[in-house]
Design a protein around this ligand. Sequence first.
Ligand SMILES: [Mn+2]
Length: 410
Amino acid sequence: MDPEITRRRREKLSERLGDNESVIVFAKPERSLEKFSQDSNFLYLTGINEPELIYLAAKVGSRWNEVLFIERGNPERVVWEGAKLSIGEAKEISGIQQIRYKDEFYPYLSGICPQLCRIYSNLGYPMLNKPATYPLFMLQPIREKCPHIEIGDLSDLITPLRLVKDEWEIQQLQRAIDITGLGIMDILHTAKAGMMEYELEATLFYRMQVNGLQQWGFAPIIATGINAATLHYEKNNCLIQPGDLVLMDVGASCNGYSADITRCFPIEQKFSARQAEIYNIVLDVNKRIIELIKPGLELAVLNNNTVEWLAEGLLSIGLINSRDEIRKYYMHSVSHFLGLETHDVGGREALLVPGNVITVEPGIYIPEERLGVRIEDDVLVTENGHKVLSCGIPKEIPEIESIRKEALQK
Ligand SMILES: [Mn+2]
């Protein structure tokens, strides 16, 4: 990653900061024997995927100053943990010029505290019945000793930046989506009744890793039969029964950017008549919602239309008798922003602007029929409208059935 990209982001952040205000962003703390997953805001601002670091920037007397605090290596630990990031490496990856060791963090901060009036940090959401988040814990001495400093959450400041994806970010999303699509194709070509759901998960994970993506963006959902009617099913441990419809809600992560795709397919060669009937209603709404996407549109419009159109579909086949009954079979929203988090920053009241990436995911869930259908695409808002980043992954019934036919005749 070119350090110029994160430098530009930090510069934009500095423009949003008032005098005597500071930003302190903590990397995730280290946890042993667990896969490391970086704090999204830290990764966004520094490009560094290492635990325990701290980014501090302050505007004092109209001067912008930024420092990255890194861990001091301990030669005796190298054989256990590998070498820590060096000053040179930290500088090269992030483009931040001033690198110091973390034991200098509190002395440095003590020096500027008398002038600061506000600190924005990645505090997270403090739960009254849970321990404080790591950033809250780290900033506790300031709360106690410098009560004049207001401590606020970074999200208000950084969300408008993260909502508009730059070219590099769109490339990462596209790669995550394309490789997820390859894995979905592998599953379409190999899945059979009698397999376990987690075998399908393994097929996709294998495809991701051999293509260089090491992590899921979120816990994958491979749900067959009635499991597809559980929105966040992630056990993936059931036997696939003959006649089942399989729902896959999956996404690889590429440099922290998550794909989020849902596709459904019959475990047999063809959709049953009922599966096809429900599938076509959802597919039609998926396509009509995508058509609406353009700058200036409110996300709420997408939600309202989804409810309206899904209700029309279910009324037409007699599954419901009045519009309000739709909430029995469709209960989530149709879109969320996508980026460094699968459910990325950005509220439901947002107006779309070019550079936003959102999902479109209508669904119908009928547990009494052991059936759940959701079709989810990832869509970039462009100057003139939109671009479907996941358009290469089949969703039309004839296309899916022809792949299934070929697969099962092997
Ligand atoms: Mn989604």
